[in-house]
Design a protein around this ligand. Sequence first.
Ligand code: ARG
Length: 570
Amino acid sequence: MISYKEQIAQILSAQIEGLEKEEIVNMIETPADSKMGDYAFPCFKLAKILRKAPPMIAKNIAEAVSDNDIFDKVENVNAYVNMFISKEAFAREVVTEAVAKGDDYGRSDIGQGRKVIVEYSSPNIAKPFHIGHIRSTVIGNSIYKIYDFLGYDTMRINHLGDYGTQFGKMICAYRRWGNKEDVINAPIQTLLSYYTKFHEEAEKDPSLEDEARAIFTKLEHGEPEEVELWQWFREESLKEFNRVYDMLGITFDSYNGESFYSDKMPRFVKELEDKGILEEDDGAQIVRLDDYNLPPALITKSDGSTLYITRDIAAAVYRKETYDFYKNIYVVASQQNLHFQQWIQIIEMLGYEWARDCVHVPFGLVSMEDGTMSTRQGRVIFLEDVLNRAVEQTKQIIIDKNVNTENIDETAKEVGIGAVVFNELSNYRIKDYVFSWDKVLNFEGETGPYVQYTHARACSIMRKAGDDIVTKAASGFDPKYITGDAAHELIKLIYTLPDVILEAGEKYEPSIVTRHIVDIAQAFNKFYHDEHILVDNEDEKIAKVALVMAAKAAIKNGLGLLGMKAPEKM
Ligand code: ARG
């Protein structure tokens, strides 16, 4: 597709001395109010160079370029050159491209197959998969999809929290008070109850702590009985996590979590030692980070056991050596900002020049309307329950609304789960937000169901138009029928989708895509209300159906990047 900014800069540069074309590209604005044109060029900067008043310069430029075919009209308003691009040429260009590319509209090869690792979700084994985990899971999945669409060779890693002293406690508790059936029936709930029980009992009998520590040491040394139990806990927990991943349509390329690195750590402890970075502190080994205004990082405890941070150092080096990544992205809560600053700094101190290719993508907290969230006191909201409730409620809405759909259960699933996902990706990720059922399942507001419904409406128009018209629209149309205000605004939004996807990737910010497809859906619905689409005049009908097809492709692809389905009927 042609870049209008580039073309306009080319045209303007012939009139402007003293500014490079690249500079002009960056100066071109897109006015929020379309009465001020599709593009505007401010002339303030030129006053110094040309020694003339900016409005005068704007007037001269406007007159000089207004004859160009690319414009319908060029005006100067004060110091601005306001340019109205040819609506017909624009409509032909954009709609033809979006219809031709369809599911690939917005795709790019800018990534040139470079390796990008996206690490996300990463829950802790034997701990509840609660509503808080939705954030890393859904934001990470969308970032992965965006990078994939941009032509990177992506890899999804679930860095499971499957290691650490808590497993000593859990095994200890299982042996003392546990039983097999309970674990199989409700793995996470049961394992969690062991953990809680352990802490209660250890308060009365502190020797339990020693027992648990000894068990963990055995696990670290690969004692078969301990390893077997740990592995079994891990598998049972994963089964439960996978139920949620299935609902969300999420899979991973690797589940190498913390335990995977347990035997890879001595190398790094030695490397840190050899480079003189490691310091002894009361029997423990630490790295001082005073020079970087960071508190010291604890690398090994006084009993020799390694820590979360040591495993992250090992994991990053392993990934570099195994996958040679261009970028290694971590979608992890902002509470861990310090942790990431510390270990990435340590990687840099070790002399690995790729340290800054490790990117921490933080996000804020989610809480429930009624204030429930606390993991202590067992007031946990399981993510699975939230998704199930969303599906049930959506099914009820579909029944109440008497929606025409062949498969109610399938649609309820796509819309209900999609609603939760969309809601999650609606705000800037760094913001804290409150989960509200009213907001999530509203079919009218700026919500997932609204956007999906708009997509289904576009599909319904295409069905009504019939195969013959749809086929004709795909092979050509007269753009003069889609130059009305509503059509033009919609086409502009379809046109900018590829840039929006690029920006969302650069900023690791899926909400930019979310907001844009809400805008497209709103513009589409305005077009739908302002104009008759399936008119008698066949040429007019074909052109309008082509625009409907272009909008449908844009919305569908946007939803796909968020990890959502786009049902054709609802
Ligand atoms: N398992 C950790 C948690 O639930 C998140 C892991 C984040 N990833 C990492 N490489 N440190 O808090």
